[in-house]
Design a protein around this ligand. Sequence first.
Ligand code: NAD
Length: 485
Amino acid sequence: MSIATERQTIQNFVNGVWIDSASSETLPVIDPATGKTITHVPLSTAEEVRAAAAHAHEAFQSWRDVPVTERAQVMYHMKALLDKHHDELAHSVTRENGKLHDEAWGEVRRGIEVVEFACAAPTLMQGRSLQDVSRGYDTVMYRFPLGVVAGISPFNFPAMIPLWMAPLAIVCGNTFIHKPSERTPLTGNLLAELWAEAGLPNGVFNVVHGAKAVVDAMLSDPDVRAVSFVGSQPVAAYVYATAAAHGKRVQALAGAKNFTVVAPDADMERATATVLSSAFGNAGERCLAGSVVISIGDATKELLPRLIEGAKAMRVGPGDDPTAEMGPVIRAEHCARVEQYIEQGVQEGATLALDGREGRSTDGGYWLRPSIFTNVTPEMTIAREEIFGPVLTVLEAETLEEAIAIANRSRFGNAAVLCTTSGAVARTFQMQIEAGMVGINVGVPSPIAWFPFAGWKQSFYGDLHATGEDGINFYTERKAITSRW
Ligand code: NAD
């Protein structure tokens, strides 16, 4: 794998061919650990989206008729190729996103898992049948692909999130246009190389790089039937409304503010490890990051000193340094935005028990150390808004009911976690908490590919979640045929 990323400006991949964008506008792709430019990404034009969609539409006319058993064979090849290039892909993720190599490796693994799920398409694509629905009448339901699907992904999982989308869309018989994040576009090109090598016909998988103009063109393109989006809440709301207004099927996974509730009966050593890795893993740039802790009653006394001590001891360094425990954040502007939230927390009266602006590296790159706020009220900005950086906010509650009520007041509902040793407490929490993904003593409750991945409330726009059976339903149309002979 190489052609795709080792250029002055990376190329689009359309109809099986690598092509330069017609646009002269580019953005630098930067290594967040050094601040140095790796290459440039083109800001492609609406006309280039139109051309890619027309090719994808043309490719759809034959891809949809390829038997599902043959489409599944491509997934088996892709799985083998992803395994073969696993480490290389992880290095690419680390290089452009900054996350630790282990985290990048894990993300690639979670992406491969979706391809493994897609290998079961001959079973997943099955419909249903019922004979004698009335005397002499039989009904069967078949699934059909939709056509061209557009996939728009965020910067924080450059390998995994495109792999939530493309394998399922393609194995169901659709064709696909990917717009990677303009901040982390390189891994998307490596995936395009692998899809071609896996045996996809030209035009089935395409990449068009760019930013808002590319997204807008996708949302209104006449050949695009469905849009899978993952990104921040305001953009998700915009994508959902705009694509729906153009008659498209949409799933838009959005931002988050995830609560980790620590009960007084929790194993505090485990709870500390759970909270620290959830809040500061991927430098807090994870939609499942447990960025708010609510400690109940006596839990605070034991938990808080452990959290502060653990966070203080974390080794922050480049993702390819095996001793590093947290990498850089994505860009200088993002770093400044996180610092602004820290400042706002202080101004709103919270106690900054650990200040991640202190003692950080100034040697290139975008560095912050972990921050922890205490004496926080649920109304403060730092307890409500997604910061998307290494900042942990600690709230206190008297009872489980109060903790659940605080969490449920959030406009987000992506994930929620409880640390406890009590089954009864766990049951109350999992029944009452308003979130799409719940962890009991699991800090990052990311469901495996066989289950639906998405949140509730403003963390998700649409009805069919990513992956699992929802994914198959999203990428297919159902037809019920009733016959009498
Ligand atoms: P983002 O919203 O800035 O960008 C996401 C995609 O949308 C990118 O491809 C970008 O080019 C495009 N985009 C950006 N602004 C746009 C605009 N105004 N109009 C049209 N398109 C636009 O998100 P990000 O910063 O790349 O990613 C981080 C966000 O994604 C966080 O909020 C995080 O919680 C969220 N996220 C959610 C999930 C989930 O499963 N719910 C998973 C990962 C990330």
